[in-house]
Design a protein around this ligand. Sequence first.
Ligand SMILES: [Zn+2]
Length: 178
Amino acid sequence: MALVPALATGLNVLKTASDLTTRIRESLGAREVKLDEVVAKIIEIQGLISDGRTALIDVQDELLEKNRKILALEQEKQKLQELLSKKQQGRVHDNAAWKILGDGTEEGPYCPNCYEKTHNFIQRHRGALNYGLVSFICAEHGKSFVFHVPVAICGESPSDKPKGKSVPPLMRSDFPTR
Ligand SMILES: [Zn+2]
């Protein structure tokens, strides 16, 4: 039985039992009572109480089942929220994952594979620079996964993204400008 109808049935039955009890008490008070009638009414009341109990036990089972479902949904919701908040902490571009800092700047690069899979930022080792691309080796994947990021956006310190196409200081001293 569904929850609300079962509850209504239980309450109705118990109200009828209560009304019957009141009537018996009144007829006992008026002393116009016949013993076999009282016994019949008591049996009727016992039947009603039993029906009411059955309906309320259904309600109890239904509530327990609903509570179990609510708990499972709460846990699922929490998992999804954790995943979502992790996902919002970073983005993927230029072959790498980047952590978004509080001021909106990016820190990285981090392993894009690990980020896509777990949304964690895994430490990486900086490798060689070739053709304007820096090789990075993922600490988790080891040498099995190397990703290449344009050197222009690989700041040595977090969010140290060079702005524009300024000439590196080393080259400037080699070729002084006027
Ligand atoms: Zn990785």
